[in-house]
Structures are given as C-alpha cells and as structure tokens.
Design a binder for this molecule. Structure first.
Ligand code: F6P
Length: 335
C-alpha cells in the first residue's frame, strides 16, 4: 500500500519531480517510468521526463508526463526517455547548466534510473546544488550493490538462454565447441547465471584470474571422455572475450572445431519479463514515495523480496558479491 493511500503524512511538500534514464538501457525501464509517473500523479505531484539522461538536463530537453503519456509502455523494451552517457555532466560547467534548467522547469527532486555512473553523477549534483534524488538500479549487468536484482537482468538472462539453447542444437549436430560471449563489462553476473541455466561446461568471468587455465584442464578431461560438443560461456569483460579465448584454445587444441558467438546487444532489448516488470513497478513506486518523504542520496532495491534503501556512497563503493557457489555447481554438473 502506498504511504499516501495509507494516510501517512509527507515530510516535505514537493510540487514537481523529474525522472530520467541514464547509462545503458535495460528492459523494464519503461515499466519503471510508468510506475513513477502514475505514483506522482496519484499524489498530486507534477512530473516531467528528462530526455537522454544527464545530457537532456544540460540541454533543457524536458517533457511533461501524465497518466496518458505512459500508457501502453509497460511491455516495451528500451526507454521512452532515451538514454546516454554524458561526458559534459562530469564537468562543473555542465552541471551548472543542468541546475539552471532544473530551476527554470521548477523541478525540486529527481528519480534517476541507471547504474553506478548515474548514482555517482546524482550524488555529486546533490553535494553541489542540493537537488535531492533517489536512484533506481536499471542495468542488465546486475552489478549494483543494495539490491538482489537490477531491472533488466532477468530479461537479459532469458534472452541469452534462449540463444544458447539454439546454439546447443547446432553444436551437437556438428560436434563443435562453442564459446558464447555474454555482456558484463566488468562483472560475471550474467555469465554465471546463464552458464548454470544453459548447462555450460565452463564459465569464464573477469573476477576469476585463473579460469583460463582451469578451462584448458577441463577440456583435456572432456577429451578423455570423448565428449563431442560443449558450451562455454564467456563474459565480455574476460580479458579479450570469446575471440581471445578461442585463439588460446586453437593453439592448445588445434584439432577441435571451435566457434564463437557474441550475443551482444540483443541482451539489452526485448519485452521485459514479468519478473522485471514487477521489480520495476515496485521500485518505481517506492522511489517516488521515498523522495516525497524527504529521502535523498540513496537508491532503492529489493533484498529478499523487501524494499530497502542504500546510500549512494555505499552502492557506488561496495562491490556486490557474486554467487560463487554457482562455480562449484557448474563444475560438478558438467563432469
Ligand atoms: O552496462 C550495461 C552494458 O550492457 C554492459 O554489459 C556492456 O559492456 C555495456 O553496457 C555496453 O555499452 P554500450 O552499449 O554503450 O557499448
């Protein structure tokens, strides 16, 4: 139940808030925007959207939002507000322009949907200009501390697994070894989950410096068992990704037919899963309620199915632990 509907008193009376999406897009961002706008409207708060993230804040690209403008978007991937990674917002001149535009548009608080870079920008902005904001974790990478899952992660996993199932068919038919590269610039969350759900032989992630050697050992064993095909999941941030690992394996096992598939940006698109839509909706509603109750400099998340808030500084500086046990599972089950 919302705080307003529960009859609780709001700490500060805000009249107008703005929402924007920033960094890489992720499926479920639209469902989140819808929840934010409708929660604001429910509470008689004006709400506008800032196009293209921090860039639109600097360029005064604001649009008014209402119940109708977020109709029929809950199922759509991408973000109706567009997104970008702004270099100009990293400068004080850029942030001054952004502040002026917020003032001109009478915006008193912000809801920012994005990742670590977005939270960093929002925190610096508060320290300089006292514009309160609440962050919402939107990235397929799931690498944000303060929430079990980020918006878009579940959809990306399902997209990748669907692709891997298809690759399996052809890998099996041709007795081939496939290195499937999934997204995750600096973390292996996607690779680990996709690896276990896709029945991978091995999973290579940037966090494990030793996994290349372990893979070679494993392939030697697979050989002994005369296993005909194999799926190996590689995170894009793993040294040079699948192409680099392929070159290594070709040297070690010249007789193996090894292929690579880079799944790339297909993981970022598509209709959000039910799970992502529900997560996005819950986080969107809670973020608005928190902002209206005086929250600032913190991000919302869901831990053990409960809404919680984490200061930006912790979400930025604390590394979210990987589910390490997945490694041992994969190792045991692929023997
Ligand atoms: O941050 C999400 C992410 O999809 C990463 O997994 C990936 O490395 C990166 O964005 C790609 O960003 P871009 O689309 O800007 O190249």
């Amino acid at each position: 139940m919302s705080l307003a509907s529960a009859g609780l008193f709001y700490f500060c009376i805000m009249k107008k808030i703005a929402v924007f999406t920033s960094g890489g897009d992720s499926p479920g961002m639209n469902a989140c925007i819808r929840a934010i706008v409708r929660t604001a409207v429910f509470n008689n708060i004006e709400v506008c959207g800032i196009m293209h993230g921090f860039m639109g804040m600097i360029e005064n690209d604001f649009i008014n939002l209402n119940t109708e403008s977020v109709a029929n978007i809950i199922q759509r991937g991408g973000t109706i507000l567009k997104t970008s990674r702004s270099e100009e917002f990293k400068t004080i001149e850029g942030r001054k322009k952004a502040y002026q535009n917020l003032k001109t548009n009478n915006v008193q608080g912000l809801i920012c949907i994005g990742g670590e870079g977005t939270y960093t920008g929002a925190e610096i902005f508060y320290n300089e200009f006292s514009i309160p904001s609440i962050g919402i974790p939107g990235t397929i990478d799931n690498d944000i501390y303060g929430t079990d899952h980020t918006i878009g992660y579940d959809t990306a996993l399902n997209t990748a697994i669907e692709a891997i199932d298809k690759i399996r068919d052809t890998a099996d038919s041709h007795n081939r070894f496939f290195l499937v590269e999934v997204m995750g610039r600096s973390t292996g969350f996607i690779a680990l989950a996709v690896g276990v759900a896709g029945g991978a032989e091995s999973i290579l992630i940037p966090e494990n410096a030793d996994d290349e050697r372990l893979l070679i050992e494993k392939l030697k064993n697979i050989y002994r068992r005369k296993k005909s095909f194999s799926i190996i999941v590689v995170a894009e941030g793993e040294k040079g990704g699948a192409a680099y690992i392929k070159a290594k394996l070709n040297k070690e096992f010249p007789e193996l037919d090894i292929r690579t598939t880079v799944l790339g940006h297909i993981q970022r698109g598509g209709n959000p899963t039910a799970r992502d839509r529900i997560l996005a909706t819950r986080l969107g509603v809670s973020a608005v309620e928190r902002l209206l109750n005086g929250g600032k400099n913190e991000c919302v998340g869901l831990i053990n199915n409960k809404v919680c808030f984490t200061p930006y500084k912790d979400a930025i500086s604390i590394k979210k632990p990987l589910p390490e046990y997945i490694y041992s599972l994969t190792d045991m089950l692929s023997r």
